[in-house]
Write a protein that binds this ligand. Structure first.
Ligand SMILES: [Fe+2]
Length: 378
């Protein structure tokens, strides 16, 4: 992708990387530059299968986003997230849009939203409002941003879906038609920031910016960030840090894909915590892409996959109900498939397990797995 001269947006200065000795997870890297050659693509599909079914997170290189384009997007993300709070208000999602499941604009400051230490600006791939207003600096650079959004959807996501089809041994077209361009209303690109919390707020939130959760869609694709805060629940039951790898994407599986694969590709449990001491006062700016199946796609395991059959994973995870994507997202809002991971919450103020203590396992993995078992909404 060719870079475009960035003339009006201030340069983002990446915060210094942490010097702390953190317990990092060793993620498999998927090098998408191996995709074009049929032989190395097969190897890649093997790596893809084992990484996603074991850790549920990978890093991705060879993704085709040049360093210049990456930097220009970080400049835009930073400029957007550091706008004056009052200037953000006209671009906030409206209650009506939120009600309709339209994820667009800034998070609302009141009513719908909560505190703004976590803030984001969503841009839809298929915005129902053709004349959507964006902040001026974004309008000026919207064509280049859309190019990045479409590159992620039509190149990176497409390659992921093809690799997935290879893993499940189903025709490529059968997989690709689950994510037809223009058929999802909830696929979006997001600029996001986590502002430092006061020591009091950190204590109150138990050091958690975002408690442990699973994402809702197919794949969540994020630009690796210099401020460390993302942790993944390792299969040993311990949360491990995700290391910053410049110009690398970090990708994880969401619950829609878990349903589509009978649980073979499990949605990964992760959380966002207070950054290490030497980064605790930095603004953590990030860029995300949330991949979603078509609105009307029924989230059931692929019937014709010999792999799912062989593994005995070709049955619906929840036999009591079949949701399409839109219905699933609506059900999620009402607590469907919500993992119960808040068991570290102190019941007694005098007893509080430290979630950051080395070797703290929170709870045995079995308990976690049981807690995320599919169950009907109540
Ligand atoms: Fe997440």
């Amino acid at each position: 992708m060719a870079a475009r001269q960035n003339t009006t947006v201030p340069k983002w200065a990446p915060p210094a990387t942490t010097k702390e000795n953190l317990d990092y997870i060793d993620l498999v890297n998927i090098d998408l530059s191996k995709f074009d050659d049929p032989l190395s693509r097969k190897e890649l599909a093997h790596e893809f299968f084992s990484a996603f079914t074991q850790d549920g997170f990978v890093t991705v290189s060879g993704h085709g986003i040049s360093n210049e384009v990456w930097d220009a997007q970080m400049d835009l993300a930073n400029a957007t997230m550091t706008m004056d709070p009052a200037a953000k208000v006209p671009f906030e999602v409206t209650p009506e849009e939120d009600e309709q499941g339209i994820y667009v604009g800034f998070k609302a400051a009141g009513g719908l939203g909560f505190h703004k230490e976590i803030d984001f600006y969503n841009m839809l791939l298929n915005d129902p409002k053709a004349d959507r207003k964006h902040p001026a600096h974004l309008i000026h650079h919207f064509a280049e941003t859309q190019k990045v959004m479409l590159h992620i959807r039509d190149d990176i996501q497409r390659k992921f879906l093809v690799l997935l089809a290879m893993c499940l041994e189903i025709p490529e077209q059968e997989m690709l038609q689950t994510h037809r361009a223009g058929q999802s209303s909830s696929e979006y690109y997001r600029y996001m920031s986590y502002a430092p919390l006061t020591p009091e707020a950190t204590l109150k939130a138990r050091g958690l910016f975002m408690p442990a959760h699973a994402d809702w869609g197919t794949f969540s694709i994020l630009f690796s960030q210099p401020v460390c805060a993302l942790q993944i629940l390792h299969k040993s039951g311990v949360f491990k840090w995700v290391e910053y790898k410049p110009y690398t994407l970090v990708v994880n599986v969401g619950q829609a894909l878990e349903l589509m694969t009978g649980g073979v590709f499990p949605a990964t449990i992760h959380r966002v915590v207070t950054p290490p001491p030497d980064q605790v006062n930095s603004l953590r700016v990030g860029i995300y892409y949330f991949s979603r199946p078509n609105d009307d796609y029924s989230l059931l395991p692929f019937k014709n996959s010999p792999v799912l059959k062989k593994l005995g994973k070709d049955k619906p995870l929840d036999p009591s109900v079949t949701y399409n994507t839109v219905q699933f997202l609506e059900a999620k809002k009402h607590g469907y498939l919500k993992p119960d991971l808040d068991f570290d919450r102190p019941r007694d103020p005098g007893v509080h397990s430290d979630p950051f203590r080395e070797g703290d396992t929170f709870a045995p993995t079995e308990k976690l797995l049981a807690s995320i078992a599919v169950k009907a909404a109540t």
